[in-house]
Design a protein. Structure first.
Length: 302
């Protein structure tokens, strides 16, 4: 009997091991997440599943300039598998009167609010931005987010065909001024993203550019051949004032400086901006500010 004990023990251990899920759980069913939230998404770099929820229902102006949803009104949810749970984080674009009920809805669904603030000034109607985070089952998180958003007019139905842009935005000149390539978001909006060079984490888990932890530079064509710009720089504390000074020297308004998260490491600050002028001139000003940050270098071969 004794000589069979190692075999019996090995069999028991094998059964127990099979019953314990591995530390790296299977990816969530993203189709089920889409159905729960009511919007389709896209798997992006770093296995981040991102769902955009632009406030296309709003007609917002900034200093009299009509702003498009893809330019400055982009709610989103970014899902990432972290160990055996899913993490979601993102940003919700809300009218003032929608803020209290949406916040209560997030709390009721087990999500945390990490920031509430403006991004731009002189907006009409006034818009606030609510950053949030949650951990758990991906489908349950999506359902909770949808329930919270039901207190707002955020469109969650399938979008119609994209609006056509005027086609006059000088994207080649923008890329030349910035020394970086971007992408056309359609409807006259052009975007350049610039990740940080260092690793950003939260409780030891990476916070990736597709989760919103990246500098975003948006351009929208405006009247008279000009472009409006907005977005945010992701900054370390020591970079905040040098970047703000450089933006002001180049005629770019600094409209907000604040956190988006609570436990990021290193600690990050986000600086939002606005201007409406010659696109290439503004691109050169943004490039001068970028050079004061520890951002990833542009690819010289592109």
């Amino acid at each position: 009997m004794k000589r069979h004990q190692p075999v019996a023990i090995a069999l028991v251990l094998a059964v127990l091991t099979a019953a314990v899920p591995p530390s790296g759980a299977a990816e969530p069913d993203w189709k089920a997440v889409e159905q729960a939230l009511g919007k389709s998404g896209q798997l992006q770099a770093g296995d981040v599943f991102r769902i955009g929820m632009p406030r296309s229902d709003l007609n917002v102006t900034v200093k009299g300039v009509p702003v498009k949803a893809g330019f400055a009104l982009g709610s989103y949810a970014a899902f990432k598998q972290v160990g055996d749970v899913t993490m979601v984080m993102g940003d919700l674009v809300l009218l003032d009167q929608e803020v209290p009920a949406v916040m209560s809805g997030l709390f009721a669904g087990g999500l945390d609010v990490t920031a509430v603030h403006n991004h731009l000034n002189e907006m009409s109607p006034h818009v606030m931005y609510m950053h949030y985070e949650g951990h758990g089952d991906a489908v349950k998180l999506a359902s909770a987010l949808r329930q919270a958003l039901s207190a707002s007019a955020t469109p969650l139905a399938a979008p119609g065909p994209p609006a056509s842009g005027g086609g006059s935005l000088a994207t080649t000149r923008i890329e030349a001024g910035l020394g970086r390539q971007g992408r056309d978001l359609g409807n006259g909006v052009f975007q350049v993203t610039v990740p940080r060079a260092e690793a950003i984490t939260e409780n030891g888990h990476p916070l990736l550019p597709a989760m919103g932890v990246t500098t975003v530079l948006n351009f929208q064509e405006t009247a008279g051949g000009k472009a409006a710009i907005t977005g945010d720089f992701v900054l370390m504390d020591r970079e905040v004032n040098p970047v703000a000074r450089m933006l002001r020297q180049n005629g770019i308004d600094v409209t907000a400086i604040h956190n988006h998260g609570l436990q990021d490491s290193p600690r990050l600050f986000y600086m939002h901006f606005w201007a409406n002028d010659d696109a290439e001139k503004l691109a050169r000003g943004l490039k001068a500010a970028l050079e004061l940050t520890n951002s990833q270098k542009a690819d010289p071969t592109r």
